[in-house]
Design a protein around this ligand. Structure first.
Ligand SMILES: [Fe+2]
Length: 342
């Protein structure tokens, strides 16, 4: 049985409405003004408020607006002697369902009440459905986010594992790929590239020398000068790395980065001798980071040349061998922003 709160300062009308509702099978509670009605609302649940407009104290419209805010599941119908279209319009705008003009007939009141209750139920069902749907979408989104993060982690884990495989055979360049990844990522960030591109460059940096797995460890770790033949062998590592990676569909052009990281702007690099315009930006950035890190680190065949010598190389050959923007940014990172390789 629906509970209805009747608010009217006119006692005979209040009682009359109460009587009609009782006959219609509703449970009604009567209040003489908004003040009393507010007190009742605090203690009791209602489905519907039937409310007069002109009452001493707070007006019916103000009260109904308050009730709609505080108790969103209660519907409201105005009952008034004033047949004013402006007022009716205002009432509808604040969410009142119906507008009954006095004098009214019993059946008219019951029809309006029945309609209002049905519409209220529909709106509640609709709201519940929408909330449930929103919650489901939220849950699915969170689950998707979670599996994306897991996927990202396992991708990064696999790349790290590949990186360690190369470095295990070649202890002198252990950490080289990590440091190149760090510097290349920092250059990409400083160049204003997107987080996604920067991340891809870091991943490419971590395994850019993967192809060295095919070179005998004695050559990689050989102290002193290497022969021309040995150097020719070392020069195959970008192609070997590319061949290993090319069939993996990374979200970034990792295989290409690996293939092109020794290419130079003037076409003097290897293995393709590509001109700068044919080298992807990621590989041009990796190229700068690779040279700086390699020169600044100890090698089996020579001690570290120092970071200043490495930066000088970049500074002299930017635009000729190395991407000019990436070079400038790299110099700025070390000289002005306190970047450190380790
Ligand atoms: Fe390399």
């Amino acid at each position: 049985m629906a509970s209805i709160l009747v608010v009217d300062d006119d006692e005979p009308i209040r009682d009359l409405i109460g009587g009609i509702l009782e006959v219609g099978g509703y449970d009604s509670t009567l209040a003489a003004d908004a003040f009393e009605a507010r007190k009742i609302l605090k203690k009791q649940n209602f489905e519907l408020i039937l409310c007069d407009i002109n009452m001493p104290g707070e007006s019916g419209l103000d009260f109904v607006q308050y009730a709609a805010t505080e108790y969103p599941n209660i519907a409201a119908v105005m009952v008034t002697a004033m047949d004013d279209p402006m007022l009716a319009n205002h009432a509808i705008n604040i969410g009142v369902y119906e507008y009954i003009i006095k004098p009214f007939e019993r059946n008219g009141v019951l029809i309006s009440v029945g309609n209002a209750l049905r519409r209220r139920q529909l709106e509640i069902d609709n709201r519940t459905y929408r909330l449930r749907l929103e919650k489901k979408v939220e849950e699915r989104t969170a689950a998707l986010q979670d599996s994306m993060e897991k996927l990202q982690k396992s991708l990064e884990g696999s790349i790290q594992a590949i990186a360690r495989t190369v470095e295990m055979r070649d202890p002198y360049t252990a950490g080289h790929q990590q440091r190149v990844a760090k510097l290349a990522g920092a250059i990409a960030d400083e160049m204003g590239l997107s987080d996604d591109i920067s991340y891809g460059i870091r991943m490419g940096g971590l395994i850019h020398d993967l192809g060295k797995v095919s070179i005998p460890a004695e050559i990689l770790t050989k102290p002193g000068r290497i022969t021309k033949i040995e150097f020719e062998l070392i020069k195959t590592h970008p192609q070997v790395g590319y061949d290993i990676l090319k069939s993996i569909e990374f979200p970034w052009p990792i295989a290409k980065m690996v293939f092109q990281h020794h290419e130079r702007m003037d076409g003097s690099g290897y293995p393709g001798g590509l001109p700068g315009s044919n080298i992807i930006l990621e590989a041009r950035i990796l190229g700068v980071a690779d040279v700086v890190e390699a020169m600044a680190s100890h090698r089996p065949y020579r001690p570290s040349l120092g970071i200043d010598k490495a930066l000088e190389e970049i500074s002299i050959n930017k635009g000729k061998l190395y991407d000019p923007d990436a070079s400038e940014v790299c110099l700025r990172l070390f000289r002005q922003k306190g970047f450190l390789l380790d």
